[in-house]
Design a protein around this ligand. Structure first.
Ligand code: UD1
Length: 343
């Protein structure tokens, strides 16, 4: 299939391009490079032998989208392009709603003009908000996300469900990721946050490689086995494979299909620190710090729906996530090179 990947040079998008190519599909990328570098395209080519067609541009650019749909016979769209920093979204809500919600609407309108009705949306476990019990299952009502970023994901889910009700020929998959981490096992691709990382795994990796002095662990008095928060960490290659499973199974099956992409069990912050220390062969320095606003103590996915209906489940464990992150970080201590350099 020819698949338009919005945000295809980003962290999850680039890994999905690799898995798509390896499964025999042809990705076409649009990305405005606001949080990624075009040099990832060379890495995709090194891994797969195929360099995807790349359109630098924004999903809010309807003229560019029409051009792409006219030039390629696109069968399906996987929509990753979005702003994703939870804390930043609190101070810049309008940017988040404009990029994420308006961007999604411009994209589905262009799809409609082009007659493309297969859509996979990059959603998040944040749409569950805080539930009284864990694991979180798709049958649970969505909750109140803790940030404009989370609200934007929930609102887009709602827009897409309403669209599918009004125009039943659409096939829409909403994939709710838990905590994607890790890197491609080749060491050629991984997460490359700009500035100080907001998320746990890239922060730990930068401490291990010497770019940061120590990790602050936000809270050690949660009601969890070791007092630190528990999350469902999932390897980014498993997340990418979840999109291939959804694409193969659901494309041309009209309806709205919602799946958790998670492992089905949780690890604490200290579990991650310990596993990473093992992977890099030295202790990761940390200090306990106050709780971070908006963090929930503990949750993980019920992954059974995706297992039963998509025949997809995670294959990689926490040690793989840490070993692959370390391989990437060591080989690329400053992340991806700028396009002008020759690596
Ligand atoms: C957040 C988002 C989620 C998104 C994910 C990306 C919400 C509520 N959560 O999840 O949608 O998919 O990022 O992976 O919108 N921690 C530290 N020190 C640090 C950084 C993190 O102790 O320097 C702890 C946090 O308190 C948390 C855990 O590590 O307990 C994981 O944090 P993080 O990687 O930021 O992910 P989430 O907040 O779970």
């Amino acid at each position: 299939m020819n698949v338009l990947i919005t945000g295809g040079t980003g962290y999850i998008g680039s890994h999905t391009c690799v898995q798509l190519i390896e499964a025999g599909h042809t990705p076409v990328i649009i990305d405005n490079l606001c949080n990624s570098k075009a040099s990832v395209l060379k890495r995709i080519e090194q891994i797969t032998g195929h360099r995807p067609v790349f359109y630098p541009g924004d999903v809010r650019d309807a003229v560019l989208l029409d051009k792409i749909f006219n030039q390629h016979k696109i069968d399906a769209v996987i929509h990753f392009a979005a702003l994703k920093a939870v804390g930043e979204s609190v101070s810049k809500p309008l940017e988040y709603y404009d990029n994420n919600i308006h961007g999604s609407l411009v994209l589905v309108e262009a799809m409609r003009r082009a007659g493309v009705k297969n859509f996979i949306f990059s959603s998040s476990a944040t749409v569950y908000g805080e539930q009284p019990i864990t694991p979180y299952a798709e049958t649970m009502p969505t909750g109140r996300p803790s940030s404009p970023y989370g609200n934007s994901k929930l609102m887009i889910e709602q827009c897409l469900q309403d669209l599918q009700k009004a125009e039943p020929e659409w096939s829409i998959s909403l994939l709710r990721y838990f905590n994607p981490v890790g890197a491609h096992p080749s060491g050629l691709m991984g997460e490359d946050p700009q500035g100080i990382p907001n998320n746990l795994m890239p922060f730990i990796a930068q401490v291990a490689v010497g770019r940061r002095d120590h990790l602050s662990i936000f809270g050690n008095d949660y009601p969890t086995p070791d007092g630190t928060c528990v999350r469902d960490y999932i390897h980014v290659v498993d997340v990418a494979d979840g999109h291939i499973a959804a694409l193969n199974k659901l494309t041309h099956h009209a309806g709205t299909h919602i799946y958790n992409l998670g492992a089905g069990f949780g690890y604490s912050v200290l579990d991650v620190v310990n596993s990473f220390s093992k992977a890099c062969g030295k202790p990761v320095t940390y200090q306990f710090a106050p709780r971070r606003d908006g963090d929930l103590a503990s949750y993980w996915a019920d992954p059974n729906k995706a297992a039963n209906e998509l025949n997809w489940r995670v294959k990689l464990n926490l040690d793989d996530m840490c070993a692959d992150t370390w391989r990437w970080q060591q080989a690329n201590p400053q992340g991806y090179p700028d396009e002008s350099s020759n690596h």
